[in-house]
Design a binder for this molecule. Structure first.
Ligand code: FAD
Length: 358
């Protein structure tokens, strides 16, 4: 079977790994470098990881696995009737086509927005690293997991970091968890401005509805926009992401979508861990092994500097601390989710337990 995968991120690469022994796998990727680990980008910006350590799979890895990697190639249109993918470098026939096109950073078009940096690619990371090393300070707009990871790693390295967030809570968590995360990062000098509307950037100042914050380097980290242009152009059903069922089938036959570009029941997973899990479920499906992905069960593990946090299962409005590091969330007297601070091993045990009782 000819499997063509668009996108060389964790979703695309994991799927290629799973299928390459039995099938003819081609990856189409518009970037010109092999796979790199995006979760390590903030370590690289902070000087905690060298550039080469971001690249776990050199070109010859793909060759050894029998995966054909077409770098510097942009997929332009799908002819679903003829089962052909058109790229800017020619056409490819497929039996199965998988869109693993990922996402772009969401931007904020306030006056002065051109001054802002975003962080998604290795090129973005190089630009940001240069600016941070020059100015030794960073203001991050957005208190999501990516913003907090960057805040943790850079503050650890002595960079003056400020985080400005529209909501009064971080990562959509409750007030108590927000206070815990905030407290840990404040120990490293991170300043938080929560519940602020940002209005404009003027010279070296970010103006919010409450104050003017001096800021020479500003990073916009307010979430992602799934990359759906190829799917939309080719007539697939899309909403914010490409619409898929629990086995990652799109609205057209033999075309699947996984990772950050895929949406199911309004959910876009948005993590590398989920993208790889999607790939495993899809690989099973394509091998004829019944499998489906549970989009409502979260399994996210992050580290903000030295502070690990895991979010597992479903978070409801009823939360209670089990111990000083574990907050559990209930539905009808049953624990359906937990947030575990500091102890990743404990989080994994909870994950097993919660999955087995779903
Ligand atoms: P991507 O990794 O976005 O890959 C998609 C690829 O498709 C891209 O290389 C793109 O160039 C290519 N592409 C798109 N359209 C086309 C086209 N038309 N033709 C050819 N190629 C195309 N996740 C975690 O689980 N834990 C973390 O701690 C974590 N930290 C993060 C920190 C940072 C700074 C960032 C940026 C992300 C982080 N993430 C983390 C999120 C994680 O990196 C993403 O969820 C993951 O990369 C999504 O994988 P993907 O395969 O769906 O897409």
């Amino acid at each position: 079977m000819k499997v063509v995968i668009v996108g060389n991120g964790p979703g695309g690469v994991e799927l290629a790994k799973q299928l390459s022994e039995e099938h003819e796998v081609t990856i189409v990727e518009r970037e010109t470098v092999p796979y790199y680990t995006k979760p390590m980008l903030s370590h690289y910006v902070a000087g905690l990881a060298e550039e080469k350590s971001l690249f776990p799979y050199p070109i010859d890895w793909y060759e050894k696995k029998g995966i054909k990697l077409l770098l510097g190639t942009t997929a332009k249109r799908i002819d679903a009737e003829k089962k052909v993918l058109e790229t800017d470098r020619g056409t490819l026939e497929y039996d199965v086509l998988v869109l693993a096109t990922g996402a772009k950073p969401r931007t904020l078009k306030i006056p002065g927005w051109e001054r802002m940096y975003t962080l998604r690619t290795i090129e973005d990371a190089k630009r940001l690293k240069g600016a941070v090393e020059r100015e030794k300070d960073l203001l991050i707009i957005g208190g999501g997991f990516i913003g907090l990871e960057i805040a943790g790693n850079l503050s650890k390295q002595g960079i003056k970091v400020k985080v400005v967030e529209k909501m009064t809570r971080l990562m959509g968590l409750d007030e108590e968890l927000t206070e815990r995360i905030k407290g840990e990062l404040e120990k490293h000098g991170v300043e938080f401005y929560l519940g602020r509307d940002v209005e404009r950037i003027e010279n070296d100042v970010l103006v919010t509805d409450k104050e003017e914050i001096p800021a020479r380097v500003i990073l916009c980290s307010i979430g992602i926009v799934p990359e759906v242009s190829l799917a939309k152009e080719s007539g697939l059903d899309v909403n914010r992401g490409i619409l898929v069922d629990k086995t990652f089938r799109t609205s057209k036959p033999d075309i699947y979508a996984i990772g950050d570009c895929a949406e199911h029941e309004g959910i876009i997973c948005g993590t590398a861990k989920a993208a790889m899990a999607h790939a495993k479920v899809l690989a099973n499906t394509l091998k004829g092994i019944p499998d489906e992905y549970d989009f409502h069960f979260r399994s996210s593990y992050f580290k903000f500097g030295d502070f690990p946090i895991a979010i597992v299962g479903e978070l409801t409005d009823r939360g209670e601390w089990i111990d000083s590091e574990t907050k559990s969330f209930y539905r009808d007297e049953k624990i359906v989710g937990v947030v575990v601070l500091s102890d990743v091993r404990k989080a994994r045990e909870w994950e097993e337990r919660l999955r087995s009782t779903r």
